[in-house]
Design a protein around this ligand. Structure first.
Ligand SMILES: [Zn+2]
Length: 455
């Protein structure tokens, strides 16, 4: 009988990793790292407690580290099967693994044991990739195949459907990966799946509703107008993949339609600059409206007064540019990257604004500032926080509760079981309860390490 084991993403957002044993094959879906308290993060460099060389295939939903971060461990421990992903995901995986290796090396100046992989390991991993695109049925053996569907979360992200037959008829299991919002400004919406016996659904926002895109754009516009009128600096800490490109496309719209006054806009993140190049390489994955805009001659990632600053020298020159100006830089939670240099310089002045456009995890510098701390430590200096602090939530790359329920609602019933994964306890349990109450479908939140039989 087919079996499914939860090696991560169970009762927690991160560490997405599942092993399906079906029709004589062992397939791993995602191989993500854990993010959170140190005891959880320690698992990231620990070996898997089973024979990883017995895994036949690995399928990846997308390139975020909480879906790929344990790849180096898996491969070092003997996995040498094929890794299937979409072409953009393959490009992003290389970028992410290289970047996180550099971050580890910087941290390792204090603790060398932190480094758990090196450049040759990344090359070994990349050699295992096999690309598959949306709606291509990939036969893994006579009785099992998989298919990718659009997840609308970030460029190249997929929902995975695996169909197998162990002699008692076809069974279908769907892994949602991370699902995007319905109205993404660049990407297509998540696709609906017509049928499934088992569904693993993410629940990062399983208990919340988002602001709309319109409200989000208006809030960005307001923050810019205020910055211009005060002659200040608008700092936006951002994730390099997807959030940076969404921001660029919104700013492009505001600039080209002359909705905002003239000011310099800097993209001060080497990773975001490289990620934007990957977006530009795969424009066929964009939604109809964006494709039409590009066809009409509007390059959504280029506009007046926009400057990319890839090198340190370029980055330092931003200081000389007189305000008003906008600086978009990583990391998204101010845990490093170039944003902290700008924060140290500009937070003490009330003319300036720090605008959060993504979730700030507990314990991060971003969260401390968002929670209203009036003095923070940055680069071993005590910095007074007098700048305006703003936060908008509408940019989320995740579907909210309503969108998750509607995605699940489109699957033809009966569904044997819904496993609610990739969410903290409260959102996951809330979503599971709603699925049971509103859809009459059995739903549960699995436990880390739990194994279930699929009838
Ligand atoms: Zn993700």
């Amino acid at each position: 009988m087919a079996k499914l084991k939860f090696l991560g993403g169970a009762g927690t957002v991160s560490g997405s990793c599942y092993v399906l044993e079906a029709a004589g094959k062992k397939i791993m879906i995602d191989c993500g790292s854990f993010q959170g308290p140190p005891e959880l993060e320690r698992k990231n460099s620990e070996p898997f407690d089973f024979e990883t060389d017995q895994i036949d295939y690995l399928l990846l939903t997308h390139c975020h580290l909480d879906h790929i971060g344990r790849l180096p461990i898996l491969v070092k421990q003997g996995f040498d099967g094929k890794i299937y992903a979409t072409p953009p995901t393959i490009d992003f995986v290389e970028l992410m693994l290289e970047d996180s290796r550099r971050v580890l090396e910087a941290k390792a100046r204090k603790d060398a044991s932190l480094i758990f992989y090196h450049e040759p390991d990344v090359r070994r991993i990349m050699a295992l990739f096999e690309s598959a695109t949306y709606h291509q049925k990939v036969q893994l053996s006579e009785n099992i195949y998989f298919e990718f569907f659009e997840a609308g979360h970030i460029l190249g992200a997929v929902i995975i459907r695996i169909v197998f037959d162990e002699g008692s008829g076809e069974r279908t299991i769907v892994f949602s990966g991370d699902l995007g919002q319905d109205k993404n400004c660049i990407l297509r919406s998540p696709e609906t799946i017509d049928r499934a016996d088992y569904v693993l659904i993410e629940s990062a926002y399983g208990d919340r509703l988002h602001e709309t895109q319109r409200e989000t754009k208006d809030q960005v516009e307001d923050a810019i107008e205020e910055t211009i009128s005060r002659g200040g600096v608008l700092m936006i800490p951002t994730f390099a993949i997807e959030r940076a490109q969404q921001l660029l496309s919104h700013l492009n719209e505001l600039v080209e339609n002359k909705r905002i006054g003239s000011l310099k806009i800097f993209i001060d993140s080497p990773l975001a600059i490289k990620a934007t190049q990957i977006y530009e390489k795969y424009m066929e994955f964009f939604n109809k409206e964006t494709c039409a805009l590009i066809k009409s001659g509007d390059d959504i990632f280029k506009f007046n007064n926009l400057e990319f600053t890839p090198t340190i020298k370029d980055s330092k020159r931003i200081n000389d540019s007189p305000p008003p100006k906008i600086i978009i830089a990583g990391s998204g939670m101010s845990e490093g990257g170039r944003i902290i240099h700008h924060e140290a310089r500009y937070l003490p002045d009330s003319k300036n604004t720090l605008l959060f456009v993504s979730y700030q995890a507990e314990g991060t510098l971003g969260r401390k500032i968002l929670d209203g701390e009036k003095e923070v430590e940055i680069l071993d200096q005590k910095i007074k926080v007098r700048a305006q602090i703003k936060s908008i939530s509408g940019y989320s790359a995740h579907a909210d509760k309503k969108e998750l329920i509607s995605w699940l609602g489109a699957i033809r019933k009966p569904i044997k079981m819904v496993f609610v994964v990739q969410g903290e306890k409260v959102p996951a349990e809330t979503l599971a309860q709603t699925v049971r109450d509103e859809m009459g479908v059995d739903a549960k939140v699995p436990e880390l390490g739990q194994e279930v039989e699929l009838q």
